[in-house]
Design a protein around this ligand. Sequence first.
Ligand SMILES: [Fe+2]
Length: 140
Amino acid sequence: MEVSKHLLDRMTHYTTHVAAVDAEHLSILSLADRMRRLKGNDLLNAVNQIVLLWKANSATEEQLMADVQYPYSANHISDHLRLTLFFKSLPNNYGGELLHRESDILQRMFEHIDHYDMPMGQYIADKNSFKKGLRVAIPL
Ligand SMILES: [Fe+2]
């Protein structure tokens, strides 16, 4: 997977500290970044691919939230649905206006990660460290 240094630099801020989720984000963001240089069928394939990557990422996070009984999952899931509509609209809107769409994808992804995925990651990290603390305090 080809990832630009600029994107990697931004990702150091936009981390959820959940390795699987960060890896999926990087795949989506690097594909959106690469789309700047694609044309014709390659571009259309990339658009379709990004919809699949987004759906897989949403499913990963929704499973994680269910596993930890995340209290804000309803808001997070509704933003996944909102962005799913956006991603699904991309192939339909494929055409002359796609130039601005690539940066639109990056912008929407970074906003979603910032507002929803990073707080989820923090909650999971806190819950895990609490469990570890319990293990230290009460050895089994
Ligand atoms: Fe998310």
